[in-house]
Write a protein that binds this ligand. Structure first.
Ligand SMILES: Nc1ncnc2c1ncn2[C@@H]1O[C@H](COP(=O)(O)OP(=O)(O)OP(=O)(O)O)[C@@H](O)[C@H]1O
Ligand SMILES: [Mg+2]
Length: 233
């Protein structure tokens, strides 16, 4: 579904990613792990067109999206959930969900009620302002905003950052449940390597902007050296 070949990218002259070739699992969860500053967020931003691409190509299905501006990638079905600032805190839950659909011409309220089936915990909170939500509920809202757009591929950057361990587990379980119920392929960037690899199908380990491991998530989880060296497993 999403494929990238020979990616070299960064920010202006700061080179972050080196020769990254990447294929997302077409139905499952592709987990991207690696130490702080290894380029995980930059990889997602590159897929979305938000970094400086020096060379390489990116495809969504059969379409070459390399030169597309971010808004067109969003319309093509690429949904990116950033690590921080992913909800409008002064808007209500319902207004946030409407904002998520705003850019889409065939916008319909039905999408919101459909999405609420996947997020029963938000149903009773539609009139709450986002700042009134707990950290965990806010991350659920951010995820719901991504889901109402019916993504072709969903990219999530560290959804468990700043959440207590129990809530982190709930969040990852929700992503797993969404993947199973909607069939949307997910690219999941996570600090919490063990928990993420447990729900993952495929995995990449990035170190200093290079791919050090590509393969089954289970194999990375069980990899003695890499797990110990880079992931604290
Ligand atoms: N907007 C930006 N402008 C300039 N440099 C940036 C920007 N965002 C990130 N960087 C730099 O790019 C490098 C990779 O950062 P990136 O955020 O991709 O790492 P990461 O693997 O997501 O780390 P973390 O686990 O801390 O989220 C770092 O050296 C970082 O300082
Ligand atoms: Mg990051």
């Amino acid at each position: 579904m999403l494929r990238a070949e020979g990616i070299n990218a960064g920010y202006a002259r700061l080179h972050v990613l080196y020769d990254v070739t990447f294929t997302a699992h077409d139905k499952g969860i592709t987990v991207v792990v690696g130490p702080n500053g290894s380029g995980k967020s930059t990889l997602l931003k590159t897929f979305m067109g938000l970094s400086t691409l020096y060379s390489g190509r990116i495809y969504l299905g059969d379409e070459d999206i390399t030169g597309m501006p971010p808004y067109r990638r969003a319309r093509a079905g690429l949904v990116y959930l950033p690590q921080v600032d992913n909800v409008f805190v002064n808007l209500t839950v319902l207004e946030n969900l409407r904002m998520a659909l705003y850019a889409f011409s065939k916008y319909s309220e039905d999408r919101i009620s459909d999405a609420m089936e996947l997020f029963p915990e938000l149903k009773g909170m539609l009139t709450y302002k986002a700042y009134q939500l707990s950290g965990g509920q806010r991350q659920m809202l951010a995820l719901a905003m991504a889901i109402v757009r019916k993504p072709k591929i969903l990219m999530v950057d560290e959804p468990t950052a700043q959440l207590a361990p129990k809530l982190a587990k709930t969040m990852l379980n929700k992503i797993y449940e969404i993947k199973n119920q909607t069939g949307v392929p997910v690219i999941l960037v996570e600090q919490n390597a063990k928990a993420a690899l447990e729900i993952g199908d495929k995995a990449y380990l990035l170190v200093s902007g290079r791919v050090v491991f590509e393969g089954a998530a289970q194999d990375l989880l069980e990899h003695k050296e890499l797990g110990k060296l880079y992931l604290g497993l």
